[in-house]
Design a protein around this ligand. Structure first.
Ligand code: PMP
Length: 325
């Protein structure tokens, strides 16, 4: 058996039981470990799906250029799809994202444009605006816009959700994931709730993001928006991929709690994962400690790999400079 191209190896990531960080928790907590994807993140499935849907819709033509605003992982998935299908790639990132993520994208042949993080989304210098402008200026280019492109949620509804349902033999009772574009949590939640409406869905958010307050009050509150350090989750916009109806509850996790939990996942579970994995695990375990029963099975998704954060949360000097060690 062999794959004809690396993108055929995307998906079917393992569920691994958490054994140490779950001390004091009743029930079973399984991690869906997404770094087993060839792009080392949860974004591979949706990147391929956005490209293939755009081809079908005639939005992406031979020789075209894919231009996307990304925190890095979607860029990696798009780059792999572009290599398979013969497209060029330009990625627009904010300067908050780790240097490793920029280097990885360049390593797979992408052009990378870095923009300031501390400007409003509608500022012409923001990475959202620059991606849009480059799309207008570049002939035969396609801007997937992962925030509002519903192919994102569809990929997780069609693949990640069924993988989790089959992997737990339908025994899953609780599902938890961090929320960035919302594609992962909402695609999987919709699928799981269709199989069993009583599956509880938990979204992990950051301090400095609008999601939790919006879910609880219906208010988009600009006072909720302030700088934070965790990469890949939390937003200052409401992406179309976030369907609040299928997310039962949000919990916010601090940068520090997330960083420390990520380091525990590496040392105590052997899961060398990324920073938002610590956010997801910390929030999920906090909920589980209070609510999980012996017979319950929670799945928490760990989005990416630790190599992308070697210069930050896995670096003791950097951690000390934050006052976190
Ligand atoms: N963690 C990381 C590291 C990510 O790159 C992303 C994608 N932005 C997420 C979590 C959140 O996934 P989603 O966009 O599907 O909500």
């Amino acid at each position: 058996m062999h794959y004809n191209h690396i993108i055929e190896a995307v998906g079917h990531t393992p569920l691994v039981r958490l054994n140490k960080v779950t001390e004091g928790i009743k029930g079973t907590v399984l991690a869906k470990v997404e770094y087993f994807n060839p792009g080392n993140s949860v974004k591979d499935r949706m990147a391929i799906r956005m490209v293939e849907d755009a081809e079908k819709a005639g939005l992406l033509k031979p020789g075209g250029t894919i231009i996307e605003g990304t925190s890095g992982n979607t860029g990696m998935g798009l780059a792999l799809a572009a290599i398979a299908k013969g497209y060029k790639t330009i990625f627009v990132m904010s300067d908050k994202q780790s240097k490793e993520k920029q280097d990885i994208l360049r390593a797979v042949g992408a052009q990378v444009v870095v923009c300031p993080v501390d400007v409003a989304p509608d500022d012409p210098r923001s990475y959202y605006s620059v991606a849009r402008r480059l799309n207008q200026e570049t002939p035969n280019s396609f801007y997937p816009n992962q925030y509002d492109n519903l192919s994102n949620t569809a990929a997780h509804y069609e693949h990640t959700g069924p993988e989790i349902w089959a992997g737990t033999e339908g025994q899953i009772t609780h599902w938890a994931a961090g929320v960035g574009t919302g594609g992962t949590i909402c695609g999987v939640s919709k699928y799981l709730k269709e199989q069993n409406p009583s599956v509880f869905t938990l979204g992990l958010d950051t301090y400095g993001s609008v999601f939790k307050k919006y879910k609880e009050t219906g208010i988009f509150d600009p006072n909720e928006i302030y700088p934070y350090k965790t990469e890949g989750i939390g937003e200052d916009i409401l992406p179309k991929n976030v369907n609040f109806d299928v997310i039962d509850q949000f919990i916010k996790v601090t940068d520090k709690d997330a960083a420390l939990m990520t380091r525990r996942l590496a040392k105590e579970e052997g899961l060398f994962v990324g920073w938002s994995c610590g956010s997801a695990a910390f929030g999920a375990l906090e909920y589980a400690r209070e609510h999980l029963q012996e017979t319950d099975t929670m799945v928490v998704l760990l989005p990416d790999h630790g190599t992308r954060y070697l210069g930050k949360i896995y670096n003791d000097d950097w951690m000390q400079a934050q006052g976190w060690l």
